[in-house]
Design a protein around this ligand. Structure first.
Ligand code: CMP
Length: 139
């Protein structure tokens, strides 16, 4: 195991329902440390750039419009095996498939409004962190 950084977004459905504190508390309880944090409302262009790998999917337009619809909280999390740990804490993309007590089982409304995003690999974590944060903002 190694100390890693991963990227997380607390999505509009969660910020709108005042779930920011509960979600961050869960990350900290699970041993992930917040090394950068920013609340922001993404522009449509920022959301399209972030999710560019999904641009051919039929849900791309809906996904980007949703992500730009209300503020998000952008987080860089650090800890042992942070990428995998964060994905375990989040649970499956679709809350209907998410394991009990995962963030998406607890809070997600549906596959699109699924409360949290997390990087799927260390390589993508580095790309996603660099999309939103400068190196000097990581503490
Ligand atoms: P996320 O981990 O942020 O990465 C891509 C997102 O696409 C995913 O979470 C879901 O919120 C979203 N997504 C995946 N499948 C669908 C779908 N069928 N309809 C709407 N959004 C989807």
């Amino acid at each position: 195991m190694a100390v890693q950084q991963t990227f997380s977004i607390i999505k509009p459905d969660a910020t709108e329902r005042n779930l920011v504190g509960k979600i961050i508390a869960r990350f900290e309880e699970e041993g992930l440390r917040v090394v950068a944090i920013r609340k922001t409302q993404l522009s449509l262009r920022e959301a399209e750039g972030f999710y560019a790998v999904h641009r051919e999917r039929k849900f791309f337009g809906e996904l980007c419009a949703y992500m730009a619809s209300s503020p998000c909280v952008l987080l860089v999390l650090e800890g042992e095996d942070a990428v995998l740990r964060n994905r375990e804490i989040m649970g499956a993309t679709d809350p209907a498939d998410a394991a009990p007590n995962t963030l998406r089982a607890l809070y997600a409304l549906d596959k699109g409004r699924n409360s949290v995003h997390g990087s799927d690999s260390p390589e993508n974590a580095a790309i996603e962190i660099a999309y939103f944060f400068r190196g000097t903002e990581l503490h």
